[in-house]
Design a protein around this ligand. Structure first.
Ligand SMILES: [Zn+2]
Length: 253
């Protein structure tokens, strides 16, 4: 499996984009930086996006991905997410106020955008990949995603504070190749991490005790202002196989 990191930060400044991973050149996990990272020629090939939750750092490039490619021959986009996330996108994003309702454009019979509701822990297939959403513990309804192809499986927690079910599901995966989870804040901002449903290096260390598989763990979500401290504190955990994702890199699993 090929995972190209389009963006992996919890904020946007020049050179740092927000959470978005392109799997096998065609399916995106979250959309914080799709239009910022891909050329028009690459964007038009993205036809499927899985959205973990409604927060803008995971969704904000969707309006531009659609707008950029609206008139491209054959372009259409399917967005997969749990019911609460679909409802939020209908009510707050594609609502004809924030942005046009592309589920009705150019007409309601052949719209350029389809919002597809998925159910946690029910597997579904796209382009030879199998996906499963798993609920995690954030301040809005959020799921991580388990992604499987013929060669192996990766698990992406999305934004979460300390959580349980995700790790139970991950520990049951036979051919697990890697886990991607978050570390948004440094330890000194533990209170903020707690009330906003995020991890710090200290709470990450506790979370990783729940992981019973010996696989590499990749981190995303660092707030740009605190990246240096987060990197230092993650390094100090001295955990084998623990790395911070790098934007622009393609990882093979
Ligand atoms: Zn979030």
């Amino acid at each position: 499996m090929k995972l190209r990191v389009l963006g992996c930060y919890g904020g946007n400044v020049p050179e740092l984009g927000m959470t978005s991973f392109l799997v096998n050149d065609s399916v995106c996990l979250d959309a914080g930086f799709v239009s910022g990272a891909l050329s028009l020629r690459e964007q038009v090939r993205v036809k499927n996006v899985l959205i973990s939750h409604s927060h803008l750092d995971h969704t904000c490039s969707l309006p531009f991905l659609i707008d950029n490619n609206f008139s491209a021959p054959g372009f259409n986009l399917r967005i997969f997410a749990i019911r609460e996330v679909i409802a939020s996108m209908k009510n707050h994003l594609f609502n004809n106020t924030t942005w046009p309702d592309f589920t009705q454009l150019p007409n309601d019979l052949t719209p350029v955008l389809r919002l597809i509701e998925i159910t946690p822990e029910q597997a579904f297939n796209i382009n030879g990949l199998t996906f499963k959403a798993v609920s995690v513990t954030h301040i809005v309804p959020t799921t991580g995603f388990i992604v499987e192809d013929k060669r192996g499986t990766i698990a992406f927690s999305s934004d979460t504070g300390p959580t349980q079910r995700f790790w139970e599901v991950v520990n049951g995966i036979k051919n697990l190749k890697a886990v991607i989870t978050e570390t948004s804040f440094p330890n000194e901002l533990q209170d903020l991490a707690r009330i906003s449903g995020h991890l710090t290096p200290a709470t990450l260390e506790q979370e990783l005790k729940k992981l019973k598989k010996d696989v590499p763990v990749y981190l995303y979500g660092g707030k740009p202002k605190h990246l240096k401290t987060i990197r230092k504190e993650v390094k100090a955990l001295k955990r084998k196989g623990l790395r911070i994702l790098e934007q622009g890199q393609t990882y093979k699993f």
